[in-house]
Design a protein around this ligand. Sequence first.
Ligand SMILES: O=P(O)(O)OC[C@H]1O[C@H](OP(=O)(O)OP(=O)(O)O)[C@H](O)[C@@H]1O
Ligand SMILES: Nc1ncnc2[nH]cnc12
Length: 327
Amino acid sequence: MRGFFGARMISYGLKRMQSGVGVCCSSSSNWLFGLAAAAAPLLPSSLTTISFPISKSSSSSLITLSTPLLISSPLRSIASASGSSQLNEMASDDAQDPRLQRISSAIRVIPDFPKPGIMFQDITTLLLDTKAFKDTIDLFVERYRDQNISVVAGVEARGFIFGPPIALAIGAKFVPMRKPNKLPGEVISEEYSLEYGTDKMEMHVGAVQRGDRALVIDDLIATGGTLCAAIKLLERVQAQVVECACVIELPELKGRDKLTGKPLFVLKQKTAEARHTRDLYNSSSISILKKSFNNITRRIKALNVFILTPSIEFCYEIDHIISLSKH
Ligand SMILES: O=P(O)(O)OC[C@H]1O[C@H](OP(=O)(O)OP(=O)(O)O)[C@H](O)[C@@H]1O
Ligand SMILES: Nc1ncnc2[nH]cnc12
């Protein structure tokens, strides 16, 4: 009787296995893909798809998963006085401007550079895309060409990339705001703190005159320390800072609030997701993976439980077989 019951349990279990979700992998290297395929039906179909590499000892594979979190942020041109949430759209109806999306896509984000935890916004890839780079300059030129700007102050080093073409196009002089001990003439200087350290900025005495209408250009505003130092230098020589302009803003760092009321115009706001892409990888995608794995494990366990444990008789059967095999 016990043997009969045990055999029935096994046969029923096998039937369950045949009719249930089962993924066969032809080799051990395929098991991750197999698990992902098995997990796919468990994930809501409406979710956004992301891809990320899973490194293996000698090569890397790409797994595509569904996640409710968006990798790319909405891209807007934003100008507002510091501390204000007011948004002034650009004349070109920038919410629809296809140039902004191209610019956004051309900027690479490198996690943990130059320090762990920093999501580095790398504009060098934007410079490789001739159209995106030109569009970036054009957007600034369209905004400033009729504002009677007499000086474009570019912040070392990346402000030197965007500042000069803008200055040339709007007919303003370009003034470099440099790191310490680089300028050969007499300088005035301002110390400031960065997202990842401290620095000092210098400007040549005589480069900017009292009454100059200045535009400060940089690639990115994070804590706002750099732009704040530039504003201070310009105001020390009684120039009028009309606006600060950057390609990228990291709004969580509230750099805008440091600009002593000066307006800030940016092409791209990188919201929490950008800085937290690593966390997203760590928590969101991985937790989805874990959930999928757990679901699969649960299913496998359920089958095992069904086959092996509901019948004490079946366990006795196994004990009996084992004890027989020992003799
Ligand atoms: O808003 P903040 O917190 O002040 O940070 C923004 C500044 O940081 C980066 O420059 P960085 O000092 O790294 O110098 P680099 O351009 O020479 O690399 C960036 O190009 C900005 O100038
Ligand atoms: N996250 C970041 N990416 C690029 N440049 C920066 N400067 C300060 N923070 C930065």
